[in-house]
Design a protein around this ligand. Structure first.
Ligand code: CMP
Length: 151
């Protein structure tokens, strides 16, 4: 099964949107196989955003992403990289379609609530940056909770 890295960014946490964003992933039928709250330091920010380090917006991006806690998650599902990117919406929230997380909940380019890996290769690299293998739990959906024996 495919996996992707999702970060709920400091703006979403400040705005009290953790639950709503996680619900959007669960509502879609995706499986969370790892999750933790962390504070990203400058070194991790530079590794995570290595493709953007030399861009003019990087200093603001680093200041923002290290400004407060984030929720890091590994999310699993069929074609999950594309599925989550579609659910998240365009990077510039003002251009993100209604119905997407950014389209519904943000009106900002840089404070866009959530990060999701943009390719399989990026997902593998980013998951390794944020999680040890022992922190990722391979769990199965248990039919018991849908068809409890006493019902
Ligand atoms: P994210 O999906 O986390 O990946 C890189 C981030 O850089 C992106 O979301 C935005 O938050 C930010 N970003 C990308 N392009 C720009 C830009 N032109 N101006 C400001 N921030 C940007």
């Amino acid at each position: 099964m495919d996996r992707t890295l999702v970060l709920i960014k400091p703006d979403a946490i400040q705005r009290g949107l953790i639950g709503r964003i996680i619900s959007r992933l669960e509502d879609k039928g995706l499986k969370i196989v790892a999750m933790k709250m962390i504070k990203i330091d400058q070194a991790l920010a530079k590794k995570h955003y290595e493709a953007h380090v030399n861009k003019p917006f990087y200093p603001d991006l680093e200041k923002f992403i290290t400004s407060g806690p984030v929720i890091a998650m590994v999310v699993e599902g069929k074609e999950v990289v594309d599925v989550v990117r579609n659910l998240v919406g365009a990077t510039n929230s003002r251009k993100a379609q209604p119905g997407t997380i950014r389209g519904d909940l943000s009106n900002s380019f840089s404070r866009n609530l959530i990060h999701a890996s943009d390719s399989q290769e990026a997902a593998i690299r980013e998951i390794t940056l944020f999680f040890n293998p022992s922190e990722i739990i391979a769990w199965e959906r248990d039919r018991f909770y849908y068809y409890a024996p006493d019902e």
